[in-house]
Design a protein around this ligand. Structure first.
Ligand code: TUI
Length: 309
């Protein structure tokens, strides 16, 4: 299946994996790339040396293209930006900020730059700064989110920029894939669906929470302080939201979330950890391999786009 995104990234299918902190390690990235999508190593809050090692290990598992996601709130973002340039990954995706100041560094090395944006204004700014494509991420997504839904955001971004748009947020099967294309996207990015894949090395308790989640089981914390984060409801989110409602300061609330993602993903602490997941978790019922996920979605999605049901 050919789109401007598959051409840009030299991949077989227009499916990109989200750069999920603690989840998107080299095993997952290599599995997605081997399956014909674009695997991404999520740098999250990790250090630059760790990211360099992950890139090299990924290269040991696949000779297909893969990328690195840089979470721009990471204090080591600049060093990680340099590691990506030095190691010559195919693409960099960025989240939670404006990657403008690193753009020249990456472009010089021929790395494709794909910022994740949550608004039309940010998409336009990224296009002007030289981005090769943007991921338009709706608030259905897990983790740090914006405030517009995928359904409203994707067509508005597609109208506002000439570079290809990749839709993210709430996409978990071929119906979501087809809908994203109808809205003007030329690829999709999925996170939650890949957390529940066989190759994702996350704690079984976290995976199980995604596989058993219902449509209404996620909660957004931190809205009042401008740091909205979507995760599956548990003891931690209940307490966070109660204290947030009482007017607790950002610093106080941060104490509850520091290290919480690691607690969920690595330790499987489903009560106190931050079980980041998108609203589509309710649709994800089965743990499949990345190859099965990608081929199933593309097959169903293409059938629908051709007019099938
Ligand atoms: O980045 C994400 N999702 C994430 S990052 C993350 S790590 C984390 N861990 C604990 C607490 C908080 C975060 C978990 N999930 N998605 C991409 C994304 N980027 N969504 C929204 C944005 C965004 C927001 C503001 C992009 C640009 C932006 O611009 C602000 C500016 O600097 O102008």
């Amino acid at each position: 299946m050919k789109t401007r995104v598959t051409e840009l990234l030299e991949i077989e299918y227009p499916v990109i994996q989200g750069g999920m902190a603690w989840v998107a390690d080299y095993h997952l990235a290599a599995a997605v790339s081997e399956a014909g999508g674009l695997g991404i190593i999520g740098a999250g809050g990790a250090g630059a040396d760790f990211v360099r090692e992950q890139v090299r290990l990924c290269r040991g598992l696949t000779d297909k293209p893969f990328g690195v996601n840089i979470m721009l709130m990471n204090p080591e973002a600049e060093e990680i930006a340099r590691v990506a340039a030095e190691e010559g990954v195919k693409a960099v995706t960025t989240g939670a900020g404006n990657p403008g100041r690193y753009m020249a560094l990456w472009k010089e090395k021929g790395i494709k730059v794909i910022p994740v944006v949550a608004s039309v204004a940010m998409a336009r700014m990224m296009e002007r700064a030289g981005a090769d494509a943007v991921v338009a991420e709706g608030m259905e997504s897990g983790g740090h989110i914006g405030s517009t839904t995928t359904f409203a955001l994707v067509p508005q971004v597609a109208d506002a920029v000439k570079i290809p748009v990749i839709a993210a947020g709430g996409i978990g099967d071929g119906r979501g894939f087809a809908a994203a294309f109808m809205l003007g996207a030329e690829a999709v990015q999925m996170g939650t669906r890949f957390v529940a894949s066989k190759e994702a090395r996350v704690h079984p308790g976290y995976k199980e929470k995604i596989l058993t989640a219902k449509d209404i089981d996620s909660e957004v914390t931190g809205m009042s302080h401008g740091h909205p984060v979507r995760q599956i409801r548990n003891g931690m989110t209940r307490e966070y939201l109660r204290r947030e409602k009482e007017g607790a300061s950002f610093e106080e609330l941060e104490q509850m979330t520091l290290g919480a993602l690691r607690r969920a993903v690595v330790e499987g602490d489903t009560r106190r950890g931050s079980l980041m997941a998108g609203q589509i978790a309710g649709l994800v019922k089965q743990e499949l391999s990345c190859a099965e996920i990608i081929s199933g979605i593309v097959e169903q999605g293409c059938g629908l786009l051709k007019g099938g049901v």
